[in-house]
Design a binder for this molecule. Structure first.
Ligand SMILES: NC(=O)c1ccc[n+]([C@@H]2O[C@H](COP(=O)([O-])OP(=O)(O)OC[C@H]3O[C@@H](n4cnc5c(N)ncnc54)[C@H](O)[C@@H]3O)[C@@H](O)[C@H]2O)c1
Length: 444
């Protein structure tokens, strides 16, 4: 049997050892899916606190129940370590490390580089490696593969001894209908044999695997998905600015357009883009294109509009306070929700930070409440804040000169908030018709 056939056999009969490099929002759910389907999985993460929490049988990822972590650990299906030497034992490795931006706005490839450096020490014949981190087209071929083969010096031939692929992660944290298991998984290989091996592996745990002809096609597919969202959100944010000037209710316009059963997809405006993906991933593409002397115009434009939304929200709050004979300076503002989207505990890139910072600069006394986020820390500005306790929420709502809704968490009692508040700026239309009908509420 060839190395490829032996590896496929091991993956299909689930005797292959699976390593997940990077056990965060993406890596942990993926590790759980593989373990649930009978693979023996080892998560490898340099964050010792995560490893210690896991070892206590506790989940630190909201979408993964503690019961699941404890059960899989007890069954010997899922384990975790901070020791990279464990990679030597692995037959198959998925890389799920962060791909943020540097302060300059350029891709920060340091996590992919350090994970690949570690992996290259232990890479061996009969190993399959899948990069899951979102990145620019060319990463798998131009950056990762030469490191893994030590520029060919390892003697390992890609597609014969070593199998390298890119498969973008599409998980949407907090979502229950589309999960890591049932969301189709695009798979692009360095060679057809690479894709064949990785497809055999992932098909043992994930409902649908969609092979494509190259790693670049898979890398680009992910960027298309997230660029599509970013540009449409930018477009609808601009629509909100235009509607305000026209004196037209943007929310009514969107709902009306959304009754069209074909050719339209509903996007909603808001205080700005958040999360680890939508504001960042398209910039990986525009950065790569700049290297090729091409300016990704749609991305730049949408990014500019979206980045300006927190400032726009603050200007609208200020204007509405002015209409009520008040200002921001010296007055109390209560921000409701700082997570980047409803019902999750993630604040990465949340526009709440900019909105709060801008209002503080205008002299407002800002507090926040978020049922999922006990503390926040603005790294650039250096301030820290804690959520007001749940028990004090209604008293604080009543005492605030302005309540500013940034995240439309479902578990808020908006009716009670409306009853108590003096004035509400609703940047998400969280209050819907109730907000539209109330003179206390100004909507984006
Ligand atoms: N979170 C999402 O919703 C989502 C969705 C789709 C795609 N993605 C992409 O998936 C990738 C991972 O994102 P995430 O949200 O899981 O990030 P995360 O920060 O939650 O997790 C990354 C993990 O990698 C670990 N890590 C850092 N350096 C490492 C190294 N050298 N070796 C091994 N582990 C290392 C970190 O300690 C952390 O636990 C990113 O490229 C992201 O863009 C994320």
């Amino acid at each position: 049997m060839t190395t490829k056939d032996t590896l496929i056999q091991k993956l299909q009969d689930k005797t292959a050892k699976i390593g997940i490099l990077g056990m965060g929002y993406v890596g942990m759910p993926l590790a759980v899916v593989f373990a649930e389907k009978g693979f023996n999985v080892l998560g490898i993460d340099p964050d010792q606190r995560k490893v210690d929490t896991f070892k206590k049988g506790i989940s630190y990822i909201q979408d993964v129940p503690t019961e699941t972590v404890a059960r899989l650990q007890k069954a010997g299906k899922l384990d975790m370590t901070a020791d990279f030497a464990a990679l030597a034992e692995m037959d198959a490795v998925s890389i799920c490390v962060p791909t943020p931006l540097r302060k300059t706005g350029d891709p920060d490839m340091s996590f992919i580089v350090s994970a690949t450096e570690q992996l290259s020490k232990y890479v061996h014949k009969g190993m399959v490696i899948v990069l899951e981190s979102t990145t620019y087209p060319g990463t798998t071929r131009e950056l990762m593969t030469p490191m893994l083969t030590r520029n060919g010096e390892s003697g390992l031939v890609v597609g014969e001894d070593l199998f390298i692929c890119f498969s973008p992660e599409r998980v949407d944290p907090g979502r229950e209908d589309w999960t890591t298991y049932n969301t189709p998984k695009v798979m692009g290989g360095m060679t057809a044999a690479c894709a064949e091996v990785a497809t055999a592996w992932y098909a043992g745990a994930i409902e649908t695997v969609v092979p494509v002809s190259s790693v670049e096609a898979a890398e680009m597919a992910k960027l298309l998905e997230n660029t599509f969202r970013m540009i449409n959100i930018g477009m609808v944010n601009e629509l909100a600015l235009m509607c305000e000037r026209l004196g037209v209710d943007v929310w009514e316009v969107i709902d009306a357009a959304a009754t069209k059963p074909f050719g339209f997809m509903k996007f909603t405006p808001g205080p700005g883009l958040g999360g680890h993906c939508i504001p960042i991933d398209p910039l990986y593409l525009s950065w790569k294109m700049k290297e090729m002397n091409y300016n990704a115009k749609f991305i730049e434009l949408a990014s500019e509009i979206n980045t300006n939304m927190p400032r726009y929200v603050v200007s609208r709050v200020l204007e509405a306070l002015n209409d009520r004979g008040k200002t921001l300076k010296g007055n109390k503002v209560l921000v409701l929700g700082v997570a980047y989207k409803p019902d999750i505990d993630d604040v990465r890139e949340s526009p709440a930070f900019d909105v709060i910072a801008l209002m503080m600069k205008k002299g407002a006394k800002v507090e926040y409440h978020d049922p999922y986020i006990p503390h926040i820390h603005h790294e650039h500005e250096g301030w820290k804040m804690s959520s007001i306790p749940d028990a004090d929420l209604m008293e604080k709502v009543a005492g605030a000169d302005a309540v500013v809704i940034i995240t439309n968490h479902k578990n808020y009692d908006y009716k009670a908030i409306l009853d108590k508040a003096q004035f509400i700026f609703d940047s998400r239309n969280a209050m819907g018709k109730m907000g539209k009908a109330s003179e206390k509420v100004v909507r984006l």
